[in-house]
Ligand binder design. Structure first.
Ligand SMILES: Nc1ncnc2c1ncn2[C@@H]1O[C@H](COP(=O)(O)OP(=O)(O)OP(=O)(O)O)[C@@H](O)[C@H]1O
Ligand SMILES: [Mg+2]
Length: 325
């Protein structure tokens, strides 16, 4: 796979990254005066309509870094669909592969926030209606990389994830998967997907639940046997990847955290930009991804940071090591 990617680069083809999976808006009700109670009304301090969806936040972060970012998805022919498309386009994300259907409503997640607690209610709509049949050959044909995320709410996509990953490899693209949390914790079909995934992104809780192990070391070692390269996000502790059986850890950057919404999606895009677009090694990519994710934590929501390549300090130790070698 890597040899193919290098040949494509030499031939001067664009390093296009296609993001697909979920598609929804976030409605954020922050500062509730008390927990919501049955048959009662509760006031909150602020209200925000924001871009949601792991795949869309990642696509925006990738475009901000300076990469060629395409979103493949399904939107309702409604106000929230317009809102999402305008938002994606404002970041420079290509949206020609987003289909619109009048019989589908764009998905909505309502976030009820009280302090650090976040209760979410989701109307899946477009998330659940999107399927592999909506992923056209045109969307994949010039892709250097395909990133699939947020799949366990995407009920119609689930049986087609395997086919999408195989189609991506067949056109010479590398692949990554960030399936996000599976509310059923059954992690259905994941074993079928892992052999077709070049980078598996998951957080530590997801890694433990997927493997049924009790320590992250055990989970990492099991995942390393099931997929090419697991990359595990560990919140304020940074991230660990396993390459050729060797765990590589990078500590998180210290920042004044406003919120961690979308930090994981920013991490994924940072890692992909470093590897796909800049051809950095895994240790350097981990450092870059941690820095991009930490910067996202300094802003409210997952898309406000608008981090550019040049916003990340090039004097990070791993960058220095690579430029000297
Ligand atoms: N408190 C923090 N300080 C610095 N960096 C952080 C902090 N929390 C998260 N990060 C950064 O964000 C990355 C991703 O966070 P996390 O481990 O929460 O992933 P995630 O659960 O996939 O996130 P998401 O909720 O977006 O899905 C971490 O690996 C780290 O780089
Ligand atoms: Mg995540």
């Amino acid at each position: 796979m890597e040899a193919t990617a290098i040949i494509l680069r030499v031939a001067g083809r664009a390093r296009r990254v296609v993001f697909l999976g979920d598609f929804n808006v976030d409605i954020i009700l922050d500062g509730m005066e008390q927990e919501p109670q049955r048959d009662r009304e509760v006031s909150c301090r602020s209200f925000e309509l924001a871009m949601g969806a792991s795949s869309c936040i990642a696509a925006c972060a990738y475009a901000s870094l300076g990469g060629e970012s395409w979103l493949c998805g399904l939107a309702g022919a409604d106000y929230f669909g317009d809102f999402m498309l305008q938002g994606l386009e404002s970041f420079g994300v290509r949206t020609t592969e987003v289909r619109r259907r009048a019989d589908v409503q764009t998905g909505v997640t309502v976030n009820l926030v009280q302090g650090s607690a976040r209760t979410q209610v989701t109307y899946p709509g477009s998330i659940a209606a999107f399927s592999a049949a909506d992923v056209s050959d045109r969307a994949l044909e010039h892709a250097a990389h395909v990133h699939v995320s947020g799949v366990y709410q995407a009920k119609a996509l689930l049986p087609g994830v395997d086919a999408v990953l195989r189609r991506a490899h067949a056109v010479g693209a590398t692949t990554s998967l960030d399936c996000q949390w599976d509310p059923s914790e059954r992690w259905e079909l994941l074993s079928d997907w892992l052999p077709h995934v070049d980078w598996l992104f998951a957080n530590d809780q997801e890694a433990l639940s997927i493997t049924g192990r009790t320590t992250l070391e055990e989970a990492l070692s099991e995942l390393a046997g099931r997929t090419r390269c697991p990359v595990i996000k560990q919140g304020a502790r940074g991230a660990t990847a396993v390459v050729d059986g060797r765990p590589l850890r990078d500590a998180a950057r210290t920042v004044a955290v406003v919120d961690t919404i979308g930090a994981g999606d920013n991490f994924d895009s940072g890692f992909l930009f470093a590897t796909v677009e800049r051809n950095l090694t895994v240790p350097a990519a981990l450092g870059f991804a941690n820095a991009v994710a930490a910067r996202s934590c300094r802003f409210r929501g997952g898309t406000a940071a608008r981090t550019r390549w040049q916003d990340i300090d090039p004097r990070l130790p791993d960058f220095r090591k690579e430029s000297e070698s």
